[in-house]
Design a binder for this molecule. Sequence first.
Ligand SMILES: [Zn+2]
Length: 290
Amino acid sequence: MNILSNKEGTLDWLREKKLITLERSCPVCDDDMRLTETRDRYDGLKWTCKKRKGVDRHSKECSIRKDSWFENSNLSLPETVKFTYWWCMGISQKLIIQQLQLSDHTSVDWAMFCREVCLESLNNQQNQLGGPGKFVEIDECKIGKRKYNRGHIVEGQWVFGGIERDSRRSFLFAVEDRSEKTLLRLILQRIAPETTIISDCWKSYSNLSKHGYQHETVNHSVEFKNANGYHTNTIEGHWRHLKASLPQYSRKKEHYESYLAEFLYRYQHTDEEMFLSFIDDVAKMYNKTL
Ligand SMILES: [Zn+2]
């Protein structure tokens, strides 16, 4: 993290990673603006254009954060990078808040921005899992159903997932129900024809072989593996990890998608390369406007 030892180092790195634009043209005269040092701003630099002569004389300035991922951040640039790096490494929010001396509110906001990057990145992955000779385990799982004292039950959220064997390719969707109509639509969309799909005996899966898939079922009430040796251990392990990774408090329904996206994103990336992949995805999201 040498890049954070001084402001110039941080800025050079952010520009190299295309998180902050390298050039900006003046909204008045369209000439290139200049990066100018400033004492009155947190970032130490701003874009300026000053034309002192003639009828079109003007003076314009603009934050180096404009149109970037940092535009809505209350944190300094090094703090933002540190937060993001630690978040990617899976450091707890509590520790990050302590280290950076943030308010809970700021931390919750920035973590949400991070999850949105995961969500956007996964939404752009429209490729299908499986194909001839490949195996995909599918399953559905209810998450967050809890019984509190006095028998009060909080309804959970159904999640449908698929995971390709021998790769880290996978999908997860928060679904309203687990009817055939709901699940089949997602299966057809995200699993390639001729894939061998392995599932439990839930009735919504009973017509998969009519839709161009090989289908193997495991009846969990009597067996761990079916007669041909197929099992769904991979996706069941996935559910255990997912349940452990979700925050235990105030899990709002509309946030589920982003928590699922965070979980999948972490699953698809190793700790070592997660931060740089994440930074690349941020750059891709914002370079549309940079
Ligand atoms: Zn100008």
